[in-house]
Design a binder for this molecule. Structure first.
Ligand code: SAM
Ligand code: SF4
Length: 353
């Protein structure tokens, strides 16, 4: 097995500024942003091995004792919703559907008050059988990752022959009333970039909302390089060869995707240009890893160990305060385009994408 040493930090973050934090219960930062959208990783494990995410042999997964128990996770989510103003929770991973008892967990998260909007990002394996139960438990919407509709290309990218499972999962999600059903796609130069238009045609034909994501330097193998990244402007050129794209009306707000109406609408397509057109200034996100570390950004090089506070017996307000201080120290942006950029120690799959 190829060894990838994650060297995970369990730091208590010091604020990046000496500016005193105003007395405000919300997750504010020194740049005037307010985090209301929580991405929570339910597990770092996965049943695919996407080349842009992790090595063929997988990663040294977190030991079970390090992963938050359901009780610990629900306590943190309750604190987030009741004390910190979180209105949106997205379940992710790793592959969130590998978390035992997922449906029960969803039901308990949906029972929090005020009820958060609840979504999940998944690779779709197993969704065909579970979509109806997951929707009934309280999930509102879903993003399914699909980079190609060609079986051989799917196998090349994910290193597994599972395309039909994902397509069946998408159909089941729509039939279960999850709305919208979005597709996340990453284009890789020389692998699936030529499929940009066919992915959009497939999505429009089935009523799915497609969003392309620029490949980011977050793979465990540190194999990302700028030359191989298919940029947002290249993606738009590839699509414009077959479709007429016009900017979608309406506020973008903190949404990362720039949206375009396709052939006058109502179908649309989104492009998330995390690298070439970063949207950090409008970021509304905070992140919780499966082992209970809170991070202010995917690209943070430090994080705060909330699990340690829970297990040491601290009360809800102490935990909330540690979370607030982490977010107060959030940097202005991810600095991928700066000379001294260093990839974070945790890969995307261990943070929660
Ligand atoms: N396993 C689930 C899935 O694939 O949807 C959830 C976790 S995955 C890390 C979340 C999203 O991150 C997926 O849409 C995936 O395509 C995307 N992703 C993974 N590595 C990426 C990278 N290096 N750059 C851009 N997106 C990436
Ligand atoms: Fe697994 Fe998602 Fe990473 Fe693919 S992108 S290896 S499905 S965590």
């Amino acid at each position: 097995m190829s060894a990838v040493n994650l060297g995970l930090p369990r730091l208590r973050v010091e604020p990046a500024t000496s500016e005193p934090r105003p007395d405000n219960p919300a997750l504010i930062d020194t740049f005037g942003r307010v985090a209301t959208d929580l991405r929570v990783s339910l597990t770092d494990r996965c049943n695919l091995r996407c080349t842009y995410c992790m090595p063929a042999d997988g990663l040294p997964w977190l030991p079970g004792k390090d992963v938050l128990t359901d009780e610990e996770l629900l306590r943190l989510l309750r604190i987030a919703v009741e004390r910190l103003g979180i209105t949106d929770i997205r379940l992710t991973g790793g592959e969130p559907m590998l978390r035992p008892g997922l449906e029960d967990l969803i039901g308990q998260i949906a029972a929090l008050r005020p009820r958060p909007r609840l979504s999940m990002t998944t690779n779709g394996i197993g969704l065909a059988k579970r979509a109806a139960r997951i929707a009934a438990a309280g999930l509102d919407r879903i993003n399914v990752s699909l980079d190609t509709v060609d079986r051989e290309t799917f196998r090349t990218i994910s290193r597994r022959d599972r395309l039909s499972h994902v397509l069946d999962g998408l159909a089941a999600a729509r039939a279960a009333g999850l709305d919208p059903v979005k597709i996340n796609a990453v284009l890789l130069r020389g692998v699936n970039e030529h499929e940009a238009a066919s992915l959009l045609r497939f999505s429009l034909d089935h009523g799915y909302h497609l969003r392309f994501i620029e490949q980011m330097p977050l793979d465990a193998q540190h194999g990302w390089n700028r030359r191989d990244m298919v940029t947002a402007s290249e993606i738009l050129d590839l699509l414009r060869a077959e479709f007429d794209l016009t900017p979608s009306p309406g506020e973008r707000g903190g949404a990362p995707a720039e949206r375009w109406l396709v052939d006058g609408g109502p179908g649309d397509v989104g492009v998330i240009a995390s690298v070439t057109r970063p949207f950090c200034a409008a970021c509304e996100r905070t992140r919780l890893t499966a082992d209970g570390a809170v991070r202010s950004c995917l690209f943070s090089n430090a994080e705060t160990d909330l699990r340690g506070l829970l297990r040491a017996g601290h009360d809800d307000e102490a935990v909330a305060d540690a979370w607030r201080m982490t977010m107060w120290g959030k940097l202005a942006g991810h600095e991928i385009n700066e000379a001294g950029f260093a990839q974070p120690l945790r890969p995307m799959s261990a943070i929660g994408g």
